[in-house]
Design a protein around this ligand. Structure first.
Ligand code: NAD
Ligand code: UDP
Length: 313
């Protein structure tokens, strides 16, 4: 029988973190949610505050912290380009110092620590689909670099703490994830398109719209992350994403169809270093975690659209 654990989630008041906290509480664990509310908010976890097994702490992971816990999920970091580019130096500090502080705590407590890494470590990939052994094509000096290189350095730290100190690490490379509680105005493609469509405003495609992404629904990701945490003798890195690939134009058309919107598509310039294509190879996740995504883009979008409709009321 699995013992109820005390689990720390950094970045727990964000989009993914709030779903993770909710899931872990549903599994009867105790959860400490640590966040500085930079991109997340108390609103995302307000419904959890009445639970006695939930504790919300305001703290910045740039500074060390101590809680006696059994497991750590390290999610603290802005994820949307608009937000991580607002203060790029802070983004690097959050990734790198945040990783060091999570790892130091795990080393002290001899507990397991999972890093929320990203498909961005592959940069603008020259290998397609991306497998975990592909080392990526990342520009170290561009506007996305604070995030991409910060996350790459965090992965390095995780593997060095594992090799040097035997820390029990897990590194998950998360691909584009969407769902309820995405920040309304974080500039990401799914939230932008849904907002624009619901308001019958122009849908803004950057570039030609032929670039691709693979969109994973939040519930699939939460199952992947928690299954990964429960594996023994497997550090990853492991890709967690939905291998079904769509062009951004296809996404725009789908959102227009599902919202029955009158919006027109307009084209804007492509941001610097915007990856051309992205699709996870998930063979490792299938083999090691016995996991694969189950929610189709259509079903996931319907749930997300309903959430946005409620928020906009
Ligand atoms: P989010 O911005 O909603 O959540 C990040 C949370 O971290 C927020 O609550 C924010 O306030 C908090 N945070 C930021 N800097 C902090 C700091 N210095 N100290 C303490 N808290 C801090 O983003 P998300 O989409 O929920 O992403 C969560 C994690 O997953 C991030 O590490 C991100 O890099 C990773 N990830 C997300 C995606 C995605 O598609 N959403 C894809 C790949 C990786
Ligand atoms: N994008 C777009 N219109 C928007 C927002 C984003 O065409 O209003 C494009 C963006 O240029 C990128 C893709 O959609 O090619 C995904 O962008 P997002 O910021 O969601 O994620 P990321 O680029 O980090 O994968």
């Amino acid at each position: 029988m699995v013992r109820n654990k005390k689990i720390l989630v950094t970045g727990g008041a964000g989009f993914i973190g709030s779903h993770l906290c909710e899931y872990l509480l549903d599994q009867s664990h105790q959860v400490i949610c640590l966040d500085n509310f930079f991109t997340g908010s108390k609103e995302n976890v307000r419904h959890l505050l009445k639970n006695k097994r939930f504790c919300l702490v305001k703290h910045d992971v740039e500074k060390p912290y101590f809680f006696k816990v059994d497991e750590i999920y390290n999610l603290a970091c802005p994820a949307a380009p608009v937000w991580y580019q607002k203060d790029p130096v802070k983004t690097v500090r959050t990734s790198v110092l945040g990783a060091i502080h999570a790892l130091n705590l795990a080393k002290k407590l001899k507990c397991r620590v999972l890093q929320a890494s990203t498909s961005e470590v592959y940069g603008d990939p020259k290998v397609h689909p991306q497998k975990e052994d592909y080392s990526g094509n990342v520009n170290p000096i561009g506007r996305r670099s604070c995030y991409d290189e910060g996350k790459r350095c965090a992965e390095t730290l995780f593997f060095d703490y594992w090799r040097e100190y035997g820390v029990d690490i897990k590194v998950a490379r998360i691909f584009n994830t969407y769902g309820p509680r995405m920040a309304l105005e974080d500039g990401r493609v799914v939230s932008n398109f849904i907002l624009q469509a619901l308001n019958n405003k122009n849908i803004t495609i950057y570039g030609s719209g032929s670039q691709t992404r693979s969109f994973q629904y939040i519930d699939d990701l939460i199952l992947g992350l928690t299954k990964f945490m429960r594996t023994e003798d497997f550090t990853g890195p492991v890709n967690l994403g939905n291998p079904k690939e769509f062009t951004i134009k296809e996404l725009a058309m789908k959102v227009i169809e599902l919202t029955d919107s009158k919006s027109k598509i307009i084209y804007k310039s492509l941001p610097e270093d915007d990856p051309r294509q992205r699709q996870p190879d998930i063979l490792v996740a299938k083999k090691e975690l016995h996991w694969k995504p189950e929610v189709s883009l259509e079903d996931g979008l319907k749930k997300t659209i309903n959430y946005f409709k409620k928020i906009l009321k």
